[in-house]
Design a protein around this ligand. Structure first.
Ligand code: GLP
Length: 243
């Protein structure tokens, strides 16, 4: 079942989503978090960091799996998702870096790296709660339109629109944006016990409407959330404008 929560501001989106994650971490010290990059989840991490600093939450035993990683940029690059997750999640929340995993976009054997990633998630007992954003074209993780609902971690070509959207992280220079990525599949994401997707701003209104009210369609990968038994979509009024 999909639950939709509409709140006035982006900060409140972060607070509502963070409360759901906090509940999981409080009941399970070694909870498995699915973490996401992009600007949308930053308000969640800020709120969780605040709660950690207040002594309400302890992330030292928490395990984490990122959704995706670029192929073709060095991990040391400040926009690699290895770097972003380390900077925005591991360091801020005080996770043990040894317990934080990101797909190996630099692997010599990509198919093997993808299978190993699925295996690691399975060995951890699956993801307790997965944080998600949504792309303007409806992608989740880097599952671009036409992704199979049954897909697992694999290499994907980034859609032109995604590369344009993400050029802002690469000095606005499209040529610097990688063309490929590794991403958990829609099947991988749907296997998480709980999903919490956040979106803010008018630019996301069409994607949110297609995800929530559109038909189940691989042309809007976010619509896969309609199949999940415990998915919460937390959005501000601008992102909800087309509902
Ligand atoms: C990125 C990420 C997604 C993210 C989406 C939206 O490219 N791979 O996980 O949800 O695009 O990003 P933002 O939140 O910055 O709009």
């Amino acid at each position: 079942m999909m639950q939709i929560v509409i709140v006035p501001t982006p900060a409140e989106v972060g607070a509502v989503a963070a409360a759901k994650i906090a509940k999981v971490v409080r009941t399970k010290a070694d909870a498995v978090l699915g973490v996401a990059t992009g600007s949308s989840p930053l308000a969640i991490y800020a709120e969780l960091e605040h709660r950690k600093s207040a002594g309400e939450l302890d992330f030292t035993a928490v395990r984490a799996f990122a959704l995706d990683e670029y192929v073709g940029i060095d991990y040391a690059h400040e926009q690699s998702y290895h770097s972003v997750i380390r900077r925005e999640v591991t360091d801020r929340l005080g996770l043990n870096p040894a317990l934080v995993h990101v797909p190996d976009g630099a692997a010599a054997d990509i198919a093997r790296a993808c299978a190993d990633y699925e295996q690691l998630i399975a060995e951890a007992g699956g993801v307790d709660i997965q944080i998600l954003g949504i792309g303007t074209n409806g992608h989740i993780g880097f599952n671009e339109p036409t992704s199979s609902f049954a897909s697992r971690t694999r290499i994907k070509t980034l859609a032109p629109r995604t590369r344009e959207d993400n050029a802002r992280f690469f000095d606005g220079d499209l040529a610097q944006v990688p063309t490929h990525c590794l991403t958990q599949g829609l099947g991988t994401i749907l296997a998480a016990r709980r999903l919490v997707l956040v979106a803010t701003g008018a630019a996301k209104a069409d994607a949110v409407a297609a995800m929530v009210e559109g038909p189940l369609s691989s042309m809007c990968p976010g619509s896969a959330l309609q199949l999940h038994p415990d998915a919460t979509v937390v959005i501000d009024e601008d992102a909800a404008a087309r509902l």
